[in-house]
Design a protein. Structure first.
Length: 373
């Protein structure tokens, strides 16, 4: 795909003006880093705040009397447990027990839900969701992805920075909850979820206000000053989520990877009324016993266990690294890997095949990083 064919967020020109190094990310032209560099962006998000353009994410509205039963039928978590103004993390399972995508489900009311899905899988997800809609479902659906920009502000000072731009009391929004209000006079959805391991907010608004909101958030965070906010690219977003041991679709989750294998049993509720697509396969998988599961590891010798590298115990190849990189805040080299359950225990010594050399690592608890509450 040439640069001219890549999809662009409403902030594309801003990223380029700010020195963003642009890459093809699932068909989107996105900044992988800015001038400060990945490590500084990562550290600033952990200690002050980082600003992320996540406008490439997909937004799908499901509205009508059957909205909740329908979404409950096609996702793993229990939508009936949500209250107005609450969101939860969930997954779209396929019929074989694998995962079409992971997503967030926002409940606006008893007949109104918003599904927020991954950028690279938005069309696939939309087609999958539509394929489960029958004439008996009293609801309407709309892929509204082009109608929103989404900007995430994350970090220990995110609340005080964003609060200067809104009359909405941000402290009243609990974790995994949201509200509607105005940010710098712009109508917005303000949610408190995040993908960095830090506290913070996502602001959804009409795309024509993206540059205004982005620039005002940078101003509110004293961008350009020592100890101010920094814009963060995809690379820092990845190292931050890895330190927090959060799944990345296409790595820890996929069409042939179940939520149980990914360590997401806590969002998998096959016993809910009516079950869900593929729940019978997931129940059978769990009853038979998993043959692999995600485990965290830390390198104990110099080296980085990158995505796709093989994992050994002794001379036997037992698994594969799904995500691996340096952890800037922890100052270690860490990763996640699929391992047989008998080798996924904390303290298990493993070897990562790094360009033909078997380098030592050890299985450790996850998340690797947990913020101070």
């Amino acid at each position: 795909m040439s640069e001219t064919e890549l999809k662009k967020t409403p902030l594309n020109a801003v990223h380029r003006e700010m020195g963003g190094k642009m890459v093809d990310f699932g068909g989107w032209d996105m900044p992988v880093q800015y001038r400060a560099g990945v490590i500084e962006e990562h550290m600033r998000c952990r200690t002050v705040a980082g600003l992320f353009d996540v406008s490439h994410m997909g937004e799908i509205w499901v509205e009508g009397p059957d909205a909740i039963p329908f979404v409950n039928r096609i996702t793993t978590n229990d939508v009936t447990k949500l209250v107005d103004g609450q969101a939860h993390y969930s997954a779209l399972p396929n019929r074989e027990g694998g995962t079409v995508d992971d997503l967030l489900v926002y409940r606006f009311g008893p007949e109104k839900l918003l599904l927020v899905v991954n950028a690279g899988t938005t069309e696939k997800d939309w087609d999958w969701i539509k394929s489960h809609h029958s004439e008996h479902d009293d609801l309407g659906m709309r892929n509204a992805s082009a109608e929103y920009c989404q900007i995430a502000i994350q970090g220990p000072k995110a609340t005080e920075m964003l609060q200067t731009l809104t009359e909405t009391d941000l402290s009243a929004i609990k974790y995994y909850h949201f509200t509607t209000g105005q940010v710098d006079g712009v109508d917005a959805i303000i949610s408190r979820t995040g993908y960095t391991g830090e506290d913070g907010f996502e602001v959804y608004a009409a795309p024509e206000f993206a540059e205004q909101l982005w620039n005002k958030m940078l101003d509110a965070g004293n961008f350009g000053e020592d100890g101010g906010i920094l814009p963060c690219g995809l690379a820092a977003r990845n190292t931050l989520r890895l330190e927090a041991a959060m799944s990345l679709y296409g790595h820890e989750l996929g069409d042939d990877i179940s939520t149980y294998e990914a360590g997401l049993g806590w969002i998998t509720k096959p016993a809910k009324e009516g079950g869900f697509v593929g729940s019978d396969k997931l129940v059978a998988q769990k009853e038979a016993g998993l043959t692999r599961k995600i485990a965290g590891f830390e390198m104990t010798e110099p080296g980085i266990g990158r995505d796709g590298y093989d994992v050994y115990v002794g001379d036997e190849k037992v698994g594969v690294v799904t995500s691996g990189s340096p952890a800037p805040f922890l100052k270690k080299n860490i990763g996640l890997a699929f391992l047989p359950p008998e080798f996924a225990n904390v303290g298990q010594e493993i070897k990562i095949d790094i360009r033909g050399k078997h380098v030592s690592a050890v299985v450790v608890p996850t998340p690797f990083y947990k913020r101070q509450k």
